[in-house]
Design a protein. Sequence first.
Length: 288
Amino acid sequence: MGPITHTAKVPMDIGSHRELAIFQVAKLPNHEVILGMPWLEQHSPRIDWGQGKITFESERCTTWCLKESPTVYAIPENEAREENLKVEFGATQSKKDQRIQVRLLDPQARLPTRGSAKAAGHDLYANEERIIPARGQEVVATGISITPPRGTYGRIAPPSGMAVKHQIAVNAGVIDSDYTGEIKVVLVNMSDQDHRIKKGDRIAQLITEKIVESDSFQVPKLGKTDRGQQGYGSTGTSKAQIREISARAFGKFYRRPDTTTGILKYSKKEGRISLESVNISTELAIKS
């Protein structure tokens, strides 16, 4: 096989399921195409080279992938080339331009700014005056709308200065990439005094984060994990391991001069375990 010269991302529609198949193109002296084993093992398709179609009949495909017709036809070469060009152009543009598109909805609104060259977020500014009541919250307009870079979403985070000095926090911090309305910030006052927001005040940070735009699908069961269904408060703890020993082994251990045996008592009020009594009978301490 010769060196790989191209990588083609070809979308395949199988009923309501779309799969983006990735093909590596190389000069093959004896073959026209080679399908990778991981893909073949997962889907196990039946290929009709004469008719130019692939039929998916495996349990995986009929259970998870397919909802309608189990047959997909090859995309014509000119359409495949056009689709590849679109994908490559989009990827190139995404790499070249990571800027946030900002529209001023009010001529007096301020553009987001960065406090330093390597600041994680862009500062957002209030476009109106508001009083954040003690132990309450208010929605503050910024007078701008945005489109984040391709493959990202916007997250609104509190500026550290407001959090430390005035106990002002931020709620509701996700801006979807397809939202084009005005950005508004939910400010929460956790102090016992009202806080005044003036027009032009820095009220939040806008951070762009990468996101995987994934779909969900139903499965009959989930894979097994060590944690399983253990929920809140289950991490960072471990179960006590109790090992049974024979009467003979316990007798040797019990007679050691550096060993104390007894009954343990747990005090919920004091939150500690103490030795209640010592030198108990071996019949109570072991299981014969």
